[in-house]
Write a protein that binds this ligand. Structure first.
Ligand code: PEP
Length: 256
């Protein structure tokens, strides 16, 4: 069981969140989180860059943290359109998603890029959320575990530990599709990830590291996924855009 691991509920807003929506969502979550009676979970939302200032101000003091959806591997310099971990930390981000499958696809990010970004986030004193996951083609070819193993070992930051790194297992075929991994599929991969982590960073640290599930997590399926022994919370896209849905998923974590 996950008694030593504090659950994490993370919202990835992707390229959504006009000022009005961002304001409403942040205020509602801040209100619920500060009212919650000793929540048994951490919560973070990762808005797009343009509303980070707004969201950060509204979340201040609430217990809901802010994270980024990506960061550059360099600290500063001539990289038009990018943001460094240092800049993101400076504006209030404490978590950094890296290696999301949409970035791996849209921006051709490789494991080595993801690793460098995660290391930059950690150097800026953020917690990196390293995403891995197989495509449907890889699953159907029987390459689920080997794909995740390769991505994990290639993307894991040097000096990763349970305090500075979170792994998010996100089967690509389940992201934004309404398809969700069965509990058996999710547990199989999460357990395999933890076993790989034991080899990479040692069994003690692996036992403490949080592994999130992501891929069409909703209020209706969150409880059975989060209840799994090696699932330590969720990385949620679509359902994180609705405060009531996101909170209902968090309540599943509260019940674990
Ligand atoms: C995600 O973008 O990380 C994600 C899991 O999206 P969704 O919940 O919409 O499938």
């Amino acid at each position: 069981m996950s008694s030593t691991r504090r659950l994490l509920i993370a919202g990835n807003w992707k390229m959504n969140g006009l000022k009005k929506e961002a304001r409403q969502l942040s205020s509602q979550l801040a209100k619920r989180m500060s009212k919650a009676n000793k929540p048994a979970f951490d919560m973070v939302v990762c808005p797009p860059y343009p509303v980070m200032g707004l969201v950060g101000d509204l979340l201040k003091g609430s217990g809901v943290k802010m994270g980024s959806q990506d960061n550059h591997a360099q600290v500063s310099g001539a990289h038009t359109g990018d943001s460094s971990a240092t800049l993101l930390k400076n504006i209030g981000c404490t978590y950094a998603i890296v290696g999301h499958s949409e970035r791996r696809t849209d921006h051709n990010e490789k494991d080595a890029d993801v690793k460098a970004k995660a290391e930059a986030a950690i150097a800026a004193r953020m917690i990196s959320i390293v995403c891995i996951g197989e495509t449907l083609k890889q699953r159907n070819a029987g390459r689920t575990l080997s794909t995740n193993r390769k991505q994990l070992l290639g993307s894991l930051p040097t000096d990763a530990n349970a305090k500075n790194t979170v792994i998010a297992y996100e089967p690509v075929w389940a992201i934004g599709t309404g398809e969700v991994a069965t509990p058996a599929q999710a547990q199989e991969v999460h357990a395999a990830i933890r076993a790989e982590l034991a080899g990479a960073i040692g069994p003690k640290e692996a036992a403490k590291m949080r592994i999130l599930y992501g891929g069409s997590m909703k209020p209706g399926n969150a409880k059975e996924l989060i209840a799994l022994p090696d699932v330590d919370g969720g990385l949620i896209g679509g359902a994180s855009l609705n405060a009531a849905d996101f909170w209902a998923i968090a309540e599943a974590a509260h019940q674990k």
